[in-house]
Ligand binder design. Structure first.
Ligand code: PHE
Length: 348
């Protein structure tokens, strides 16, 4: 073959631009395949006259380099575009913005409650969710036959015998007042603390009740703590939580561990007291239970009831949250529906 025709082949190879992988493969077979052009040219080397052999060899080599270069370039290009269509992504594009999570509305309100009380000197205490009879009931003055101990309200834990450091049969705590007992047993007055936590009651699940919910219990023990202190503390809380125009009213009630006891209503946050279906047209909604800690409870926890007095209050975080954000069904709090949770984006 003449040097001229090899030259034409080099030109052809250099300008080769396939539009598909198949075309590229045909090109490879034609030039570099077993029976391809290059093998053929190398075989013909011995027929070339010795003085032309060198330049012949150089040209064939040039053709080989040109063909290989094309093959490698396009192979890479086809592979890259295959990858990007495979994953449906162009990896050179900037990343999608990642949407941030939200705090659960119960977390938001719990943090607000803690914040409001911490501003007037309350710290936060914690206690176990699995509680013994003493801390959940007996120390709090629940008589042995009190209906709250009934199997219908309390999830008891069936154990042959409670572990040594527990006093009495175990149950899931039915209120966070159990933490009050633990704090009083371990700390001398003055005590000013709030106890947020999850509680459990054996109730049928509905829009207004669940078998678990969240409470914040608060209490203050010192010399000369009075009912007026309780009332002023709760008024401060209600106005910080629901707005300065909020009114409170206390109605007499009963709890085994407080005497006197009361339930506190706030002026309806929805209709501002005019009457709506949330407040059942009374203008008031109940938000918490409270009272002066019964001296017997103080004595149970080895606190001198002659010297000290205290108040306590307890509220459901769900209830506060429902009123604050006009949520009508309690079950939605535990459904993890992101359409619900997303509405609290940015709220802390
Ligand atoms: N522990 C009571 C309840 O769960 C609430 C409460 C707490 C009432 C403290 C008075 C004082 O219903």
């Amino acid at each position: 073959m003449s040097n001229n025709s090899i030259h034409t082949l080099i030109e052809e190879a250099r300008s080769f631009s396939p539009s598909s992988k198949e075309e590229l493969e045909q090109f490879r077979l034609r030039f570099l395949g077993k029976k391809g052009v290059l093998n053929d040219l190398f075989a013909k080397m011995k027929e070339v006259v010795p003085e032309e052999r060198k330049s012949y060899g150089l040209m064939v080599n040039e053709l080989k380099v040109a063909a290989e270069e094309r093959i490698n370039t396009f192979k890479e290009q086809f592979e890259q575009s295959e990858q990007s269509t495979d994953s449906g992504q162009d990896l050179t594009l900037p990343a999608y913005p990642m949407s941030s999570g939200t705090f659960h509305p119960l977390t938001i309100v719990r943090r607000q409650i803690i914040n409001i009380f911490s501003r007037i000197g309350f710290n936060v205490s914690d206690g176990p969710e699995i509680e013994d009879d003493w801390h959940n009931f007996s120390a709090l003055n629940f008589p042995p036959e009190h209906p709250a101990r009934d199997m219908q309200d309390t999830f008891f834990i069936n154990l042959e015998a409670s572990p040594a450091h527990y006093k009495g049969p175990l149950a899931l705590r039915t209120h966070t007042s159990s933490i009050q007992v633990r704090v009083m047993e371990n700390q001398p007055p003055p005590i000013r603390t709030i106890c947020p936590g999850r509680v459990y009651r054996n109730e049928a699940i509905s829009a207004r009740a669940h078998c678990f919910f969240h409470q914040v219990e608060g209490f203050y023990i010192d010399e000369k703590v009075s009912f007026a202190d309780l009332k002023q503390t709760l008024l401060y809380f209600a106005q910080e939580m629901f707005g300065a125009e909020t009114k409170i009213r206390l109605r007499p009630s009963y709890f085994p561990f407080t005497e006197p006891s009361a339930e506190m209503d706030i002026s309806c946050t929805i209709c501002k007291g005019k009457g709506c279906n949330i407040c059942k047209y009374t203008g008031w909604v109940e938000i918490l239970g409270c009272g002066m800690i019964d001296p017997a409870v103080l004595e149970n926890c080895k606190i001198d009831a002659e010297k000290y007095s205290g108040f306590a209050f307890g509220m459901g975080i769900e209830r506060i949250t429902m009123l604050k954000y006009s949520i009508k069904d309690l079950r939605i709090f535990s459904e993890n529906d992101v359409r619900f949770l997303d509405q609290f984006k940015g709220v802390r």
